[in-house]
Design a protein around this ligand. Structure first.
Ligand code: SF4
Length: 203
């Protein structure tokens, strides 16, 4: 069975890919099969654009407060599909808020500045900052891009904030020290984005 959509609170979540350039030590991909009580989010194959769109329509997004591309992998690994599906959803459900939860590495994944792609398709982008420096980030996120990942994530935030309504950077409470949270806050401010300290949700 292929689980493309799942529910978290009042959000309808979309899972399109299990691929990711990182291998975070805390990733739910390393912690059992499901997420938040959903069926397995491991995809035997990646759903097509039409399959993703149809799964969203079937799940009745009008009953949810937002549609969230999140998944069990990095949604911007399939940036073209993400953008096309978002545009189709916006056309059919103009009132819905569309959010992407991302590691912010889409520029490195695509090998170009992807920030303008999100214009008119996505409303909110939530980027996991995870750490206060490139070195610390690499320790916890083990990115295939190495030390390039952290500055690229910040650069993406700086650029994409001109194309969507809201960009947030986030760290998870308790995973880093208070001093590091303050450094994260400064790093976020340096690119003009707000830092949100999230509560830890057990996988
Ligand atoms: S960026 Fe997200 S999907 Fe990728 S390894 Fe880290 S937690 Fe998992």
């Amino acid at each position: 069975m292929m689980t493309i959509t799942y529910t978290v609170g009042s959000g309808l979540y979309v899972n399109m890919t299990n691929r990711c350039p990182n291998n975070c030590t805390f990733c739910i991909r390393n912690n059992g099969e499901g997420a938040y009580g959903s069926d397995s989010l491991w995809l035997d194959r990646e759903p097509t654009e039409d399959e993703v769109f149809e799964a969203i329509v079937t799940a009745k997004p009008e009953n949810y407060s937002e549609l969230v591309f999140c998944g069990y992998g990095e949604p911007t690994e399939r940036l073209d599909v993400l953008i096309s599906v978002s545009r189709r959803v916006k056309e059919k459900y103009p009132d819905i808020t569309i959010r992407v939860n991302t590691n912010g590495l889409s520029d490195l994944i695509a090998g170009r500045d992807t920030s303008a792609d999100f214009a008119g398709a996505v409303d909110v982008i939530s980027v996991s900052m995870n750490a206060a420096s490139a070195e610390k980030y690499q320790e916890v996120c083990i990115s295939k891009f190495g030390l390039e990942a952290y500055p690229a994530m910040l650069e993406f935030c700086k650029n994409v904030k001109h194309h969507v309504k809201k960009v947030m950077l986030s760290v998870v409470e308790g995973t880093i020290s208070n001093e590091e949270v303050e450094i994260c806050r400064k790093n976020a401010e340096s690119v003009g984005v707000e830092l949100r300290v999230r509560e830890y949700i057990a996988p």
